[in-house]
Design a protein around this ligand. Structure first.
Ligand code: G1P
Length: 296
C-alpha cells in the first residue's frame, strides 16, 4: 500500500466570475498578491511539502497559466541576447521545466464543479493518496500542505482536510464538518456537508482548500450525482467514503486568506506589504494621511 503523498492536484479551470472584468483576459490564479501570482504561492507550498507530480486541471481559455508556470526558453534567449542574463536566470529558476519537473496539464472543459475537476485528474496521478490545493485559499505562514503531510496517517486520520472555525453565518460558504472528537490539531469527523444553511450547520468547523485524500476518492467521485449548486461536489465524495476511510480536520498553524474575494485579496496584500520595507513605508504614509483626514 502506498501511503506517501506524491501528487498534488490544482483545480484551476474556474471562470473567476467574482473578479470580472479582470479575469476576462487574465486567469484569476495569475492575479498577483503584492507581486506574486496566486498560483505561485500554491506551487511553492507543494514543492516545499516534497510533492513529486503537479497536475493542473485547467480550461482551454486559460492557457496563460501554462505559459506562466512553464519555462520559456525563447523568452530567456531573447533576454540573454539583450544582455539581461541575471533576469533570464531568475526566470529559469522560478519556472517549472518538462525536463526536470513532473508536471501535467489536463482539461476540465465543462463547469461541473470541484469534484468533477478532481476527477479529471484521475488518469494522471501517481499511486497512493493525493493532495488537492485550491490556490484561491492562500495560507501564509508555515506551509499548510507540509504540515498536513506530516500529520497524515498518524492516528489513522483517513481523508484529511484543512479546517478552521468560522462564524455561524458563514457556514453557507464552506464545506462543514460534523466533529466527533478533538485531539488539538486533529479533529475527527463523522460527516461533512457542503455549504449548509447556518440554522442547520452541524458545526462551525469549515474546510478550507487543502485536502489529502485516499486514492478511493476517485471511485467515490465517479459515482456522484450533482449536489449543492447543481455541481459534482468534492465534499459529497469525501462524505461517501467516511465509513470506509475515515475523515479528520487539520487545524493548520498559518493564516488563511480567501483570495476568491476582493476583501480577502486585499487583506493578503496588506499582510505581505507589512513585511516588505518599501511597501511598509507606503502603509505608514497612508496611515498618517488617513489620521489627518479623520482629524480635519
Ligand atoms: C470549495 C469547496 C468547499 C470549501 C471551500 C474552501 O468551495 O466546495 O467545501 O469549504 O472551497 O474555500 P468554493 O469556495 O469553491 O465555492
Amino acid at each position: 500500500m502506498h501511503t506517501s503523498v506524491r501528487t498534488v492536484i490544482f483545480p484551476v479551470a474556474g471562470m473567476g466570475t467574482r473578479f470580472l472584468p479582470a479575469t476576462k483576459a487574465t486567469p484569476k490564479e495569475l492575479l498577483p498578491v503584492l507581486d506574486t501570482p496566486l498560483i505561485q504561492y500554491a506551487i511553492d507550498e507543494a514543492q516545499a511539502a516534497g510533492i513529486e507530480r503537479m497536475v493542473f486541471v485547467t480550461h482551454p481559455s486559460k492557457h496563460a497559466i501554462e505559459r506562466y508556470v512553464m519555462d520559456d526558453a525563447k523568452l530567456r534567449s531573447d533576454l540573454k541576447s539583450r544582455g539581461k542574463i541575471a533576469l533570464a536566470d531568475e526566470l529559469q529558476d522560478a519556472a517549472l521545466s518538462h525536463r526536470t519537473d513532473d508536471v501535467v496539464f489536463t482539461i476540465q472543459d465543462q463547469p461541473l464543479g470541484l469534484g468533477h475537476a478532481v476527477l479529471c485528474a484521475r488518469d494522471h496521478v501517481l499511486p497512493g493518496p493525493v493532495a488537492v490545493v485550491l490556490p484561491d485559499d492562500l495560507i501564509l505562514g508555515k506551509g499548510c500542505l507540509g504540515e498536513m503531510i506530516d500529520a497524515y496517517g498518524r492516528d489513522d486520520s483517513g481523508h484529511l482536510v484543512a479546517a478552521m472555525t468560522v462564524a455561524r453565518e458563514d457556514t453557507k460558504k464552506y464545506g462543514i464538518l460534523t466533529p466527533s472528537g478533538d485531539n488539538g490539531s486533529v479533529l475527527r469527523a463523522s460527516g461533512m456537508v457542503e455549504k449548509p444553511d447556518p440554522a442547520h450547520a452541524p458545526s462551525c468547523e469549515a474546510v478550507v482548500g487543502r485536502y489529502i485524500l485516499d486514492a478511493s476518492i476517485f471511485d467515490d467521485l465517479a459515482s456522484q450525482t450533482s449536489g449543492a449548486g447543481g455541481e459534482i461536489q468534492l465534499t459529497d465524495a469525501i462524505a461517501a467514503g467516511i465509513s470506509r476511510v475515515g475523515l479528520s480536520g487539520f487545524r493548520f498553524s498559518g493564516t488563511r486568506f480567501d483570495c476568491g474575494s476582493k476583501a480577502g485579496m486585499f487583506r493578503a496584500t496588506l499582510n505581505l506589504a507589512a513585511r516588505d520595507g518599501e511597501c511598509l513605508e507606503v502603509l505608514r504614509e497612508h496611515a498618517v494621511a488617513s489620521h489627518q483626514t479623520a482629524a480635519a
